[in-house]
Design a protein around this ligand. Sequence first.
Ligand SMILES: *Cc1c(COP(=O)(O)O)cnc(C)c1O
Length: 367
Amino acid sequence: MATNGHKRLLIPGPVEVRPEILQAQTEWMIGHRSTAFADLFARLQEKLKKAFVTQNRVFVQGSSGTGLWEGASRNCIRDDRKALHLVGGAFSERWAEISKANGKQVDIITVEWGQAHTPEMVADALKNAAQPYDAVCVVHNETSTGVTNPIQAIGEVVRQYDTTGETLYLVDTVSGFLGIELRPDDWGIDLALTSSQKAFALPPGIAFASISDRVLDRAKQIPYRGYYFDFIEIDDSLKKNNTPSTPPISLMFAADKQLDDILVEGLENRWERHLQMRDLTINWANARDFGVFAQDGYRSPTVTTVDNRTKGIDVDNMAKFMGTKGFSMDKGYGKIKGKTFRIAHMGDMSIATMEEVLSGLDEFIEQ
Ligand SMILES: *Cc1c(COP(=O)(O)O)cnc(C)c1O
């Protein structure tokens, strides 16, 4: 494939997509009510269950991750109950906003950007709640800060305090899925949602979620679930290997191929490769007197937020310089832009490419 001056993406989404995967999108179009489509859907379902390590159904949705945020809030939170949102960065903040924008009542546990949520904080909130929460909403990997939350331990607490069986555990794993260990069934996660353009290393435009029976039982109790993200409709179609409206078929071809390659690599190997890329990046940042923004012990395997506050390099010049090396680089997100910058190491990126990136950054710093 001609590169046409393409710069390899080092930003935390969309990430670099391999030419073979881009190519898979050029398959001849098929009708979504055809047998060929049902076959494609059924194949994807089997592979997605392996990728999510779940026995539950996996929704395949034409939208970005934001769509499934809205779907999760609408289908899981009853109007006369509340959700507990854990907020510690731009994305977790936005999900809480989406719940509110859909008229839902929300309590929030806020931590400072760069900090993780602990199981103890969640236990306190659940202990003191006047009524059981309908949902606890957590972001697995906060992409704006580079923090990975301890979702397994938080899940244990959610189960422990869920004496009435009403509290659903909802996890946004948009930048975690296929880069960080995730076991929804073992960890009591009712819904794990993701989109395609982060560690899945697909083009944007398609989203996925593992959905427990408890989620569907809840959805049935909610009269106004909206239309596009009505989980009951989506599940009815899914049982027939189909979707309620026209799905992004080309992206599904790409996902079919990408899942084959991911399952050949092996989930555990893929998680391990991400840990190695994280450690390489953290060691680099520490050795150059930068430091890492995210709290020690919770540093993300998929994206490192480099703390630039003491060293204060010019992130615009850095991005320009990396551009001459053929890379497209991030300059930080939201209120910590410039004070930090992010190095994404997710998807199909190799250790060798990471080394190339870091030596490029060294050249910039030393010049
Ligand atoms: C990118 C991102 C989102 C938003 O997903 P879209 O696919 O852009 O809608 C949500 N949560 C996290 C943690 C993200 O990194």
